[in-house]
Design a protein around this ligand. Structure first.
Ligand SMILES: [Fe+2]
Ligand SMILES: [Fe+2]
Length: 165
């Protein structure tokens, strides 16, 4: 049977595995997406396999929250700089996810983790956002080449996707 290549999921979690078809053609944003998906997958596995690991869950969730904050800010800056017409809607999608993640992190800091809610939020959050919000505007996520000498105009800054084999 031919493998389904449409945004593969890991066998045990509903979080997609990053693959070149998820690239937004911006090396920095792609690297952050890769890390966020990996952290999300790890968190879901942790919840399922170590039900009493609140402290570990808190540590991973904290990493997810801080990297998401950094990632969303960079992404919004790039979209704004490139004149993305749906920037406001995109920002809203980022902002909608933020309070829920912050609340979950706050709870985890007080040794309370609602694993069902956390699983749902993490799953819905990154598994959908990249394909539903980021990919449709990837043309606006390219880093602009630095204003420099004429020889740099068509340089690598326009499409700096990491080369994952
Ligand atoms: Fe986004
Ligand atoms: Fe993103």
């Amino acid at each position: 049977m031919a493998p389904d290549k449409t945004h593969r999921k890991t066998p045990d979690t509903p979080i997609p595995v990053w693959e070149p078809s998820l690239s937004v053609r911006n090396a920095k944003l792609d690297e952050q997406h890769i890390t966020l998906l990996a952290l999300g997958t790890y968190l879901i596995i942790l919840i399922e396999t170590h039900p009493s690991s609140n402290e570990q869950i808190r540590v991973v969730l904290k990493d997810i929250v801080s990297l998401s904050r950094e990632h969303d800010a960079i992404e919004e800056d790039v979209l704004e700089e490139n004149g993305c017409p749906s920037l406001a809607e995109h920002k809203m999608a980022h902002e909608t996810a933020r309070p829920e993640l912050n609340d979950l992190l706050h709870d985890a800091s007080h040794n309370f983790v609602d694993k069902a809610v956390l699983t749902r939020v993490i799953t819905e959050w990154r598994s959908n956002h990249i394909s539903e919000y980021d990919l449709p505007v990837k043309e606006y996520m390219k880093m602009k080449p630095p204003v420099a000498s004429p020889s740099a105009v068509d340089g690598p800054g326009t499409d700096n996707t990491p080369q994952h084999s």
